[in-house]
Design a protein around this ligand. Structure first.
Ligand code: HMG
Ligand code: MG
Length: 282
């Protein structure tokens, strides 16, 4: 097992974007502040998207101004377009993430445009990010299956991942949005992708619908991937992907891979605290 695994904590964003109630800004801040002490170095704090589309993420700008920033931790957010990017920069995000989909139908349901149009929106965003020195991460959703279209061709995933890297994303996270991946389908996808994409440019984002996420992570590690997205308490889902259950839980990721195999020292007591905190949200 390589000792270089990194966690990208998406709980405050992917975890809280799909709750049946809106978690208060105060509680979102408390969660991020607690996660800041776990030893995890990247925390996705929220999204700069339309409040009409995802009311749970409203106020991410206020939240970013209220969190206690810990040195060495990067605080990131989702930005679908230049409007969102400008707001994220105003709110002092350390880096941003753009998100595309390998499924045409999911792209329209999620961000109200085609895959090609989404790339057109990302071009000025990445240009501006480069000018001001802000790192941009990419997501590709539905890398294995789409809730509307079924199986997705790995050739389409590969084309999109390469395009995002070519535009300037430092890393692209592969979203198994509805958690249909198995070690076999992840292997087949990664054999295709890693033929001409450096695995150090890829991350895994496995929703844990069928309890395969940790096995999928192990499979991905064997192809050279070292960054995995997870959510505290296994929270998560996407409002536009029926059937999308929670993300791989951060605890399951750490225990499943072994704490000694991560780049940073992880504080399990702080993790417990963060898990207790989310249980108190209403
Ligand atoms: P649109 O309606 O096509 O955009 O939405 P528009 O440009 O026509 O604008 C419509 C309204 O939205 C306007 O306001 C804009 O000002 C406003 P109005 O005039 O109606 O009052 N607007 C914005 N407001 C705030 N922030 C912005 C922004 N842009 C426009 N950035 C848009 C396009 C992308 C904004 C919309 O479709 C949207 O917000 N979608 C939500 C997408 C989302 O958050 N999805 C969940 C996250 S993705 C995910 O979970 C998958 C992932 O986890 C990986 C995986 O699991 O696969 C990443
Ligand atoms: Mg997700």
């Amino acid at each position: 097992m390589p000792k270089n695994i990194k966690i990208f904590e998406v709980g405050p964003r992917d975890g809280l974007q799909n709750t049946p109630f809106n978690v208060s800004i105060e509680n979102r801040v408390k969660l991020i502040d607690t996660l800041s002490d776990t030893g995890i170095k990247k925390i996705e704090c929220g999204s700069f998207v339309s409040e009409k589309w995802v009311p749970q993420m409203a106020g991410t700008d206020q939240l970013m101004r209220r969190i206690k920033r810990k040195s060495g931790v990067n605080y990131t957010a989702l930005t679908p377009n230049i409007t969102g990017f400008d707001k994220a920069i105003d709110a002092n995000c350390d880096e941003v993430a753009i998100f595309a989909s390998a499924s045409e139908t999911f792209s329209r349901k999620n961000i109200n445009c085609s895959i090609v149009e989404s790339i057109e929106r990302f071009v000025p965003l990445i240009k501006k990010a480069k000018e001001i020195g802000v790192a941009v991460r990419g997501y590709v959703s539905c890398v294995i299956e789409c809730p509307y279209e079924g199986s997705i061709d790995s050739g389409e995933v590969s084309k999109l991942v390469k395009r995002l890297i070519e535009l300037g994303c430092y890393e692209v996270s592969l979203g198994d949005t509805i958690g249909k991946g198995t070690p076999k389908s992840v292997k087949s996808l990664l054999l295709d992708l890693c033929r001409d994409i450096d695995p150090s440019k890829l991350a895994g984002h496995f929703h844990d619908t069928n309890n395969n996420a940790i096995e999928n992570v192990r499979e991905a590690i064997s192809h050279g991937l070292a960054v995995f997205d997870s959510a505290i308490g296994g929270l998560g889902g996407c409002p536009f992907a029926p059937g999308a259950k929670g993300n791989l839980s951060t605890r399951d990721l750490i225990e499943g891979i072994g704490p000694e195999n991560f780049c940073s020292n992880l504080n399990v007591e702080k993790l417990d605290e963060a898990e207790k905190l989310i249980m108190s949200f209403d």
